[in-house]
Design a protein. Sequence first.
Length: 180
Amino acid sequence: MIEVRHKSLNLVAKYEYIGNGGYKYPSLKIECLSHDMQFVRFKRYDGVENLRKQCFCCGELSMDLKKSLVENFNEIQECNKDIRYRKDEFYKEVMSSLFRIKNEEAWDKYNQYLNSDKWKFKRKKVLERDNYLCQACLTNRAEEIHHLTYDNIYDEPLYELLSVCKRCHIKIEQQKQAQQ
């Protein structure tokens, strides 16, 4: 489990892989360590005011409560809308960081693979199969290998790989990015 604390609020993010059987999926939960829920007046979109509780650390709001729970409803402070989404904002911040880390880890793994003997062998076989001729322009000398798909990455069959020149490889990648 990975725990990340908010830099100024009393919030902690807990990230782990959970599940049963062979499949595990990532789970991220944000916990407020203070969680001091206080009564507030909450104005709905239609102007009606309801009684709720709000945590003034994470901003979380409860569901509507009965106004009879408090003596002076009109004297209770209003819901603080500025802090209402603190928990959600922290969630997005942590997810963004985790995605960036996972993405960096994936690129590190991919670059290690491209330097492996297994890849070097496949690369040589594909270049030889295509007579070192770029399969995109059929003119230039092929220097690089293009993956037609990444579905079988790290165990790709040779028919999913194409010999290409550097110029064509750049064009192919630019076209792929433009389509996304």
